[in-house]
Design a protein around this ligand. Structure first.
Ligand SMILES: Nc1ncnc2c1ncn2[C@@H]1O[C@H](COP(=O)(O)OP(=O)(O)OP(=O)(O)O)[C@@H](O)[C@H]1O
Ligand SMILES: [Mg+2]
Ligand SMILES: [Zn+2]
Length: 650
């Protein structure tokens, strides 16, 4: 077969597999439709899942969350819905999940409006979008089947048709409580079309759909001065008044408001504190009493969950007005801060960049996103008098790294000391914009960490919203990022690339160190593996490893005892004692090995015109950087040059 034929076949394979997935997708999504009279609904549909059909919107959302939930390694409930899209804000997500769990169980919180409060582009909208998409999906599953009165603008539950006098019987027969009244439109229709015979009212399965305005409503205030409450609750439809002859006829009402669309599901209120107080009262009553008042009609029963969001500036303004205090009592406020883990922050950039064509064509060196993320986290930390080194330490701790002297178990306490951390500082959007700028300017299709640092500096300097003092401070953070993070990372890459098999050599060295230490502590001799001669432990070797991490002559004994203790511990647990078991020893072993290979790096800088042999050695290192450490040829060369310069300064 020629190459062309092979390629053609592959293409066809791909096409047919795409078609297959598309048709499977649509099959899954062609969930069972159902339509019939209320009488037939009661006979054929309701008894099979009485509880499911009588669910409130809070219970429905909680069931949706549970349907794709799982318990993580610590036994905490996690929701798959958020996992792939929201990073580093697990505490916030947990609080949202808890809200729904409690509301679903009938707690008072279900009568309060859920308000997400956080800094700009911190994921509030994303969280709400995920919930909406989750509801749409769930309503297409068997477990998420929802039914509504056909033709009703609020797709209300058919159970509202059951007269109050019979509801007690329903409770005793099916164990479900029916709450809620028929809407004015259905009341009128029942009289006019069915002469009051509710068993004949049409019912159908409904599917939540934001585009179709079923079960999802969204309201964003445009101009608060012209905003009309009609956007929320509709208004008289003048074209229909003549047909029905009366403005008070519910059939002449335009049921287009967001609260109606959201019925049975969720209403998203964007920038809620920007709306008029009149709106706010309406929404709070809706959450608390489950009804709205529309002129000329009796109260309209609506069951929906309101999720609102706002930023901190707006919230502080709102707090300043005393009369708002009572309103706050009727909200559950959950903060959505920026993440403080630089690793999670970098994942956000990865997600945002991988969905953009311009980024996909450009190679980023393996630390480019991490340095940007460290910078972002630094700007989010408490602005006390803490010194740079302390802040760098904090970033590493929050990122889940081991820091000497501070166990990870302390992290929660440290976090609790500065609750405002994560509520201000650089947003993911700021960083992404800076990166985009750098990409547009670069012609190489390869962005190095240094390019990214420069792009961030430019972005800070050209930001008109920032004063000079803040700019200087943030630029200082960039220096910290480079000194305390990037230099360490890039040196480690280059150093490792100097070895054919770094891990193996490092482990051998560690084993040797441990053997010699045990022998000294026990006052034993060591048997040379080659000559089989017994010799005294190699104190010179031990010291040369220990000096790499500045273990003093007087401190060596306790250091060695501690190492042996850890090694014994690992041995007892049936684990291997590796470099990862002991952070200081890790550094020491690495440095010891690097010292041995320094000559190669010296060659990079010393010879302006390297000979064939030198060039060969250098290109082997570059190749390893590319093959094993995520660089491309351009960034590998840059990294080598950079590390060489660093070494020259040491
Ligand atoms: N913790 C996070 N995890 C994953 N992505 C995030 C996170 N925070 C923000 N993002 C991403 O940043 C972008 C902006 O977030 P989003 O629009 O949800 O923020 P917001 O809080 O609604 O902001 P605003 O107050 O400006 O409306 C989105 O693309 C979102 O995916
Ligand atoms: Mg938003
Ligand atoms: Zn109705």
């Amino acid at each position: 077969m020629t190459n062309q034929v092979v390629n053609f076949d592959k293409r066809e394979d791909r096409k047919s597999s795409l078609l297959k997935s598309l048709s499977e997708f649509s099959k899954e999504h062609r969930a069972a439709h159902w339509a019939g009279t209320f009488g037939s609904f009661l006979e054929h549909v309701f008894p099979a899942d009485a509880r499911g059909i009588a669910r409130t919107s809070h219970q429905y959302i909680w069931d949706m969350m549970r349907s794709d939930g799982f318990d993580d390694s610590q036994g905490r409930f996690r929701c798959q819905l958020f996992e792939d899209e929201l990073y580093g804000i697990n505490d916030t997500i947990e609080r949202v999940v808890d809200y729904f769990k409690a509301a679903s169980a009938g707690s008072e919180v279900g009568r309060r409006l859920l308000l997400l409060l956080g800094p700009p582009s911190g994921g509030k909208s994303t969280m709400v979008i995920l919930l909406k998409r989750g509801l749409e999906e769930y309503s297409r599953t068997d477990a998420g089947a929802l039914y509504g009165i056909h033709g009703c603008s609020v797709h209300e539950s058919p159970l509202h048709l059951v007269p109050h006098t019979l509801r007690g019987q329903f409770r005793s027969t099916y164990g479900v409580e029916i709450t809620g009244e028929l809407c004015p439109y259905c009341v009128s229709r029942l009289q006019h079309e069915f002469a009051g015979d509710f068993m004949q009212m049409p019912v159908q399965r409904i599917f939540i759909s934001e585009a179709g305005r079923v079960g999802v409503g969204t309201y964003a205030p445009h101009d608060p001065t012209t905003a009309d409450i009609a956007d929320l609750v509709g208004s008289v439809d003048l074209s229909k008044v003549s047909e029905f002859g009366d403005e008070g006829d519910p059939r002449a009402w335009s049921w287009s408001g967001a609260v109606f669309a959201a019925s049975r599901g969720m209403l998203e209120m964007i920038e809620i504190l920007k709306v008029k107080r009149e709106f706010l009262y309406l929404l709070l009553t809706l959450t608390q009493e489950k009804n709205v008042k529309v002129s000329r009609f009796p109260l309209i029963h609506l069951d929906e969950t309101i999720i609102a969001h706002t930023n901190l500036a707006e919230f502080r303004k709102f707090l300043q007005e005393a009369e708002n205090e009572a309103l706050l009592d009727r909200m559950v406020i959950i903060q959505v801060p920026y993440t403080l883990s630089y690793k999670e922050e970098a994942r956000i950039y990865k997600k945002l960049t991988s969905s953009t064509q311009a980024f996909r064509e450009v190679h980023l060196d393996p630390h480019a996103l991490h340095v940007a993320a460290v910078f972002a986290v630094l700007t989010r930390l408490h602005e006390g008098d803490e010194r740079e080194a302390e802040q760098a330490k904090k970033v590493r701790l929050y990122g889940g790294e081991d820091v000497e002297g501070v166990p990870q178990s302390e992290v929660e306490k440290i976090r609790a000391r500065s609750p405002e951390e994560g509520l201000a500082g650089v947003s993911p959007r700021f960083v992404i914009n800076a990166l985009s700028g750098a990409i547009i300017q670069s012609s190489t299709k390869s962005l190095t960490t240094m390019d990214v640092l420069i792009a961030l500096k430019d972005a800070i300097e050209s930001d008109v919203r920032m004063d000079g003092k803040k700019k200087r401070k943030w630029i200082d953070y960039l220096v910290t990022v480079r000194k305390d993070f990037y230099n360490r990372w890039v040196k480690e890459d280059v150093h490792k690339a100097l070895f054919v098999s770094f891990e193996q050599e490092a482990q051998q060295l560690l084993d040797k160190y441990l053997d010699e230490v045990e022998a000294t502590l026990d006052n034993r001799t060591v048997k040379d593996p080659i000559t089989n001669e017994e010799r005294k432990p190699d104190e010179r070797f031990l010291r040369s490893v220990e000096e790499k991490i500045r273990i003093s002559e007087s401190g060596k004994l306790s250091f060695r005892q501690e190492v042996v203790r850890k090694a014994m511990g690992a041995f007892k647990r049936g684990e291997k004692f590796t470099l990862d078991s002991h952070a200081p020893l890790h550094d020491a072993v690495e440095q010891y090995l690097f010292e041995q290979r320094r000559d190669v790096l010296r060659l990079v800088s010393s010879s302006t015109r390297p000979d064939e042999e030198t060039r060969q050695k250098i290109s082997v290192v570059e190749k390893r950087l590319v093959d094993e450490y995520g660089y491309d040829p351009h960034s590998a060369r840059e990294a080598l040059n950079y590390v060489t310069t660093l070494l020259a300064q040491e």
